[in-house]
Design a protein around this ligand. Structure first.
Ligand SMILES: [Zn+2]
Length: 550
């Protein structure tokens, strides 16, 4: 078959141990037709073949992003981005420009607000001075707080307060009315709903489905947001996405894009199992798995949260938090319950991905996977643990031994990219820095590694992620956790594909595999680690189709 496209004069790293390097690659339809030397491949060209000279740049399998939130990230791209807008004057200008550009938006929502935007805690009165006659709101950069103006609170029906579950709070003022500060999802959900975006948050918030089901017009708006997310991913070289929130609606939304030819990355979407759910709700996961099962859109996995995060001391720990005697936080699934849930998911043949940040959460999760294996026998399950920010040394070898994937985000390690060293490292305590944000130690103990950003929690850029993994600082008293370039690239390609049961489709460059390719703007092997962040994405190809050109 005559190739449609040949990329030649490239430094190709195939991630295929049988043939790690090549100079040129031929693509035919949605598949890789051949790899080899320039002479071998260029001679395959026909009159209609597009031949691209890569000028000695690195060419890799398209990146597999192992943990992100596609629709939420895409949604946030449609919001006002506040980066650098500090102080009332800058905030006012940013919001008024955004309002003028979006005259029909029912809610003017901003992203990336810092807790020190103004010189005092933000209130609805501050926001009223900026815009009072349209509902406006700001989401904090950590996604745990929203500030809203008076009209937004009024329209959301929470100006007079709201009954919320523990940990979620509509903060009330001395005047008996909401101050505008809304803590955690249940508190700000009514404001988010004003923007028509609540349906998009259910996959992470409740795991339920929108009710009523969004109208065709609403779905069209939601598809636009997903499209923005996909374009953003393609611009960063990503051709496969493991989404880490989900429900059937997310899959239906993406199927709409797929039918219209707009699905530019392979996406796996989980069923989100929440602590309140009965095991019988896994029937819904089985139905999603049955109904979405092609090379571009699939399910077959269940996402769960075992704990919270370090900074708010909601990560479940084996020891007391320093300075907080008796406080280790609680697991969202106590051990015996998690064992039962994990065993049932495993019995149904599905994969499990558990958010576990504290060392006790990690241990409880490993115990559950071990229990499932004991009950159901060893199968090719590839269960995964997401984050692993703290792990007891005794548990490190258990990952490799049980075939568990460590789905870690090198960019989350304090000091590695955008997150500062403190207060996080103080919350963990210096005596545990040797067990925190491990990467190299996990790899050396034979854990499968899959890397990711957790976008929109951090920048989606894989290049910056590679840079972070190569240059991550060593903590005082800790060991060097930098990972060699080849292992880093593997964790963003073949490792991620394996962890997602997609190694027969993508993640390596071999004849017959999907034509998922990324070309960088330089030769990454010839670039010093500290300079890697200066590289860019020259071209992304997913399934033979160019999805980004730099
Ligand atoms: Zn996440």
């Amino acid at each position: 078959m005559t190739p449609d496209m040949i990329l030649t004069n490239a430094r190709i790293l195939t991630m295929d141990p049988a043939r790690p390097r090549a100079e040129a690659i031929a693509l035919a339809g949605d598949r890789i037709a051949a790899l080899g030397s320039r002479a071998e491949i260029e001679r395959l060209a026909g009159p209609a073949t597009k031949v691209i000279d890569c000028k000695g740049r690195t060419l890799l399998p398209g990146f597999v992003e192992s943990h992100l939130h596609l629709v939420l990230g895409g949604t946030e791209l449609t919001h006002l981005q506040l980066h650098g807008a500090d102080g009332e004057a800058a905030l006012t200008k940013a919001f008024r420009d955004f309002a003028a550009a979006n005259p029909a938006s029912p809610l003017l929502m901003a992203q990336g607000g810092h807790y020190t935007l103004l010189d005092h805690p933000l209130t609805r009165h501050d926001l009223d001075r900026i815009i009072a006659d349209r509902p406006i709101a700001i989401t904090s950069h950590d996604h745990h707080t929203v500030w809203a103006n008076t009209l937004a609170l009024k329209q959301a029906g929470i100006l007079g307060g709201l009954k919320t579950p523990p940990g979620h709070e509509v903060v009330m003022g001395a005047d008996g009315q909401a101050t505008g500060e809304l803590l955690e999802f249940e508190a700000f959900a009514p404001v988010v709903a004003l923007g028509g975006e609540n349906a998009l948050y259910l996959g992470i918030a409740t795991g339920g489905e929108p009710s009523p089901w969004p109208t065709e017009a609403e779905q069209a708006i939601h598809r636009t947001k997903a499209t923005k997310g996909l374009a953003h991913a393609a611009a960063h070289g990503i051709t496969s996405i493991i989404n880490m929130d989900g429900n059937r609606y997310t899959l239906e939304l993406l199927r709409g894009l797929q039918r219209a030819g707009g699905l530019t990355a392979r996406v796996k979407v989980p069923f989100h199992f929440k602590p309140h759910m009965d095991l019988s709700e896994l029937d819904r996961a089985a139905e999603m798995t049955r109904d979405f099962n092609d090379e571009w859109l699939s399910c077959n996995f269940v996402k769960m949260f075992m704990d919270g995060v370090v900074d708010s001391r909601t990560a479940y720990m084996l020891n007391d938090y320093p300075g907080h005697p008796g406080h280790r936080a609680e697991p969202l699934f106590p051990g015996p319950r998690f064992n039962a849930v994990a065993t049932e998911i495993d019995r149904r043949g599905m994969q499990i991905a558990v958010h576990a940040i504290g060392d006790a959460a990690v241990r409880t999760t490993i115990d559950g996977y071990e229990a499932a294996q004991k009950a159901n026998g060893k199968r090719d399950s590839r269960h995964r643990i997401e984050h692993i920010e703290l792990i007891d040394q005794a548990d490190v070898p258990r990952l490799g031994a049980l075939g568990i994937t460590a789905s870690v985000q090198p960019v989350h390690a304090p000091g590695a990219m955008d997150f500062p060293l403190f207060p996080t490292l103080d919350v963990i305590g210096k005596n545990r820095w040797n067990d925190a944000y491990l990467c190299r130690s996990l790899a050396e103990a034979d854990a499968h590694l899959a890397f990711a950003s957790d976008w929109p929690v951090t920048d989606i850029s894989v290049i910056r992620g590679i840079h972070a993994a190569l240059t991550r600082p060593t903590y005082d008293g800790g060991t060097d956790q930098r990972v060699p370039l080849d292992d880093v690239l593997r964790a963003y390609t073949a490792g991620g594909a394996w962890a997602a049961h997609m190694e027969g489709l993508t993640g390596t460059l071999r004849p017959g595999m999907a034509a998922d390719v990324v070309v960088l703007t330089g030769d990454i092997e010839a670039t010093r680690p500290e300079d890697v962040a200066g590289l860019g994405i020259a071209m992304t190809i997913a399934g033979g189709r160019v999805t980004h050109q730099g």
